[in-house]
Design a protein around this ligand. Structure first.
Ligand SMILES: Cc1ncc(C[n+]2csc(CCOP(=O)(O)OP(=O)(O)O)c2C)c(N)n1
Ligand SMILES: [Mg+2]
Length: 275
């Protein structure tokens, strides 16, 4: 990625942070912390890395994206709308009954969503299935699965990790949003995960660390991941939950909480106002 493109995408991410805060304040519900945490990850994948076509969302041979930490739906919807999968106007309907934009991604409702998620722990196994299916078809497509670090306390993640290694799924790229915080506390308080790099490596994965708020670092990590053969890849992205809004940063209390008018005003001042 050129420096110029990286600057453009970082700016886009700032705009998306503003939109997350605007949207969640307007509907008085939703998950700010986890959405702000993976803003650069989702943006870099869609705008710089993935072979997808918003005009033909089911195109054969496309790359696949799974937001396994489905509660971060707001950033996924904002990115999909910006890409042109559906009109940006629709974002206002987030979390309303009968809306195409449910609180968690729904494959039957939202163009561009590849898997319904929300119950944590399911995305990696489904992503492995997609990656293997593409391999059987002779396609070179990649499947990307974004997971939360609290989410990977689910046993199903490690079953999928073992299977991916056994099947040498080198077109499966997991991205761990490693913010150190889950719903009800820090990982250290609730369920320490130890040395994540060593853990994934011991399951047969190649691990590539990166700065999860730096689009260049994420882009380089994906390029490096695509060079790996014979095993699945985990991009270990260091992030901050609630990134960009100081009073939300690193706070589990902002996992899923309505944004008050006062907090909204302060958040917008920090984010640089309207976009
Ligand atoms: C199986 C399951 N258990 C519990 C929940 C409730 N829940 C939603 S998000 C969350 C915490 C997730 O933390 P993490 O994966 O670290 O997400 P992030 O910090 O990126 O927001 C929990 C416990 C759920 N959605 N699914
Ligand atoms: Mg977390």
């Amino acid at each position: 990625m050129t420096d110029e493109r990286a600057k453009e995408l970082q700016k886009l991410c700032l705009g998306f942070r503003n939109e997350i805060v605007d949207l969640l304040h307007s509907i008085q519900t939703g998950h700010p912390g986890g959405s702000l945490s993976c803003t650069e990850i989702v943006t870099t994948l869609y705008f710089d890395k993935m072979n997808v076509d918003p005009k033909d969302p089911n195109k054969e041979g496309r790359d696949h994206f799974i937001l396994s930490k489905g509660h971060a739906a707001p950033i996924l919807y904002i990115v999909l709308a910006e890409m042109g999968y559906f009109p940006k106007e629709e974002l206002k309907t987030l979390r309303q009954i009968n809306s195409n934009l449910q609180g968690h991604p729904c494959v039957h409702k939202t163009p561009g969503v590849e898997l319904s998620t929300g119950p944590l722990g399911l995305g990696l196994g489904a992503g492995l299935g997609m990656a293997l299916s593409e391999r059987l078809k002779g396609s070179d497509s990649y499947t990307y699965v974004v997971m939360g670090d609290g989410e990977i306390q689910e046993g199903a993640i490690w079953e999928a990790a073992m299977a991916a290694s056994k099947f040498k799924a080198d077109h499966l790229i997991g991205i761990l949003d490693n913010n150190g915080v889950q719903l009800d506390g820090t990982l250290e308080e609730i369920m320490p995960m130890g040395d994540l790099k060593a853990k994934w490596e011991s399951f047969g994965w190649e691990v590539i660390p990166c700065d999860g708020h730096d689009v260049q670092s994420i882009s380089d990590a994906v390029d490096a991941a695509k060079k790996v053969t014979g095993k699945p890849i985990l991009i270990l992205a260091k992030t901050v939950k609630g990134k960009g809004v100081s009073f939300m940063e690193g706070k589990n209390t902002w996992h899923g909480k309505a944004i008050s008018d006062e907090d909204y005003k302060n958040a917008k001042e920090e984010l640089g106002g309207a976009f």
